[in-house]
Design a protein around this ligand. Sequence first.
Ligand SMILES: C[S@@+](CC[C@H](N)C(=O)[O-])C[C@H]1O[C@@H](n2cnc3c(N)ncnc32)[C@H](O)[C@@H]1O
Length: 340
Amino acid sequence: MSFRYLGNKTRLTDWIVGEIANVLPSGSTIADPMCGTASVSLALARAGYSVSAADALTFPVVHAKTRLLAKQPPEFRELGSYDMALNWMNSAKPIEGYFFNEFGEAGRPANGRGPRLYFSAENAAHIDGVRHNIRELNASGAINELEHSVLLHHLMLATNRVANISGTYGYFLRKLSKTALRPISFEPIQFEKTLGNHTVLQGSIEENASLLKADAVYLDPPYTKRQYAGNYHILETLAKEDEPVAVGDGGLRPWKEQASNFCYRRNAAMAFRQTLEQLNVPHVFISYSQDGQVEEEQLLSILRDYGKVTLHEQPYTRFRSNDRVKNGTVLERIYHIETF
Ligand SMILES: C[S@@+](CC[C@H](N)C(=O)[O-])C[C@H]1O[C@@H](n2cnc3c(N)ncnc32)[C@H](O)[C@@H]1O
């Protein structure tokens, strides 16, 4: 399963899990409180760890619930089966609703701006139809919480495949691309029967750090100024199942309250300190790239206040989107802190 996501570690999971496994035996507990697509959470779960995943935003929590907690296809008793749930989404009746109007090529945004070309008219109406059906099914009590997450997870994956964007939802392309013109479709995913006891919750690391009880914490904070809440506003809206005011030409949901301190150069060092100050675990692993908001020397000096630091490095060609990256390859780093 591939996700286009800033800082997604899918291609680095063998290395990350390998470094963690050099320190912690399989069966240990580990928290991934900035889990994003949950790719590291899942890789840790596959390696036999019990994982607690979390994120400040809602949609990563939906991904994590599906990828960690759904260990087999849910029953979907009301819809017949998992396959029938996919058919149900594939054949949803289109609705000219919020997505059609705010994010579709034939829409009429409420703020009077021109149509936003995030989706073809057909796909936007299909998304509205699926959203409506999921909301009704959930309100009727016919699905459990995990089944609800699995449906929303599928809706996000299917939406990502036909979004008319270049990398993030920060803005849409001027013309509908070939991919965006394909009809949206809901494809089966693999469910993985991992051994551990996993948990998933939502909240910022600032709120959660002192509550984390684990043998280790893996931190993967944002390292650029690009805020996830703004760049993935459409996914947040799908996961929250709401209809927020769509602001400006790009139609972003109001996101400032969800802004991350790690994305501000002036606040990122303080955010690291605040987090480390509250953590009470023997090992902390941090992924942070060479060109992050906090310079390497400053980060090292912060981390050394909390324990013995070992640095591991790996060259990496990163997901670029609109970032300016000089030669496409950066050094990805894992800092291991054996805490005092
Ligand atoms: C680099 S991404 C994580 C990528 C993830 N490891 C993956 O492989 O997909 C950073 C994540 O941190 C989350 N985040 C940012 N600030 C946060 C905070 N203060 N507390 C919790 N999560 C935060 C973002 O929503 C984003 O999902």
